[in-house]
Ligand binder design. Sequence first.
Ligand code: G3P
Ligand code: CA
Length: 243
Amino acid sequence: MNIAHRGASSYAPENTFAAYDKALAMGVNHIELDVHFTSDDHLVVIHDDTVDRTTNGSGPVAEHTLAELRSLDAGSWFGLQYAGERIRTLGEVLEHYKGRHYFHIEIKARNVPGLATRTIDLVRGYGVTNDVTITSFWKTWVDESRAYAPDIPTGWLVPMGPGSQWDDSIAEQAVESGFTQVCPRADITTPEIVEKLHAKGFVVRCHGIFDEDLMRHVVECGADGMTINFPDKLIQYLKTKGN
Ligand code: G3P
Ligand code: CA
């Protein structure tokens, strides 16, 4: 799986239609996206807890209404040609790309009861149950998703926190929880870890691919996929390997 991370985010502002379109133009039909709640209870697609880095606004996402978030420019920070790109609701993204993209939804917010359940209700409402994997670093959300919708694949992003290391108990916990995927950070991934996870029946999908060396490393480890900001480079690399 070549998954455009927040869309093809090396080439267009992350988590916008421009970045998701760019992925399609490259022939990539898997996207990763991040969800948060607004102050008036809507699910929106944005990575950070605040709007400061990726819009012309400021402050926590959770302290803005949907109308306030919609009024922000989510493109100019990346390049003036992207002025007018907007923060989208999860529903808008699912509706717009239904049948064209597979969605790897990462639940970001922590202290919002029922966020996984709400996310899944939307997924069902838009009829994209077969084209979604629910992921999070927060095991609570992955467990909630698994319990509420056992038919929808789940992926646990591990380990929590930059610099933290692999621990075999992660695989044991994932088995107990019945997750579909384990998603280790690329720099700690080894062929042995991938083999262990495969032996337990997991799909192994890596994250944290910051450069092409890590991209190649993940492929060499035998993982099943990765989220990547430059999916075009992965296509090229896989071609050199005869894929
Ligand atoms: O693929 C998961 C990856 O997106 C997790 O990291 O910080 O980019 O959301 P982050
Ligand atoms: Ca993410």
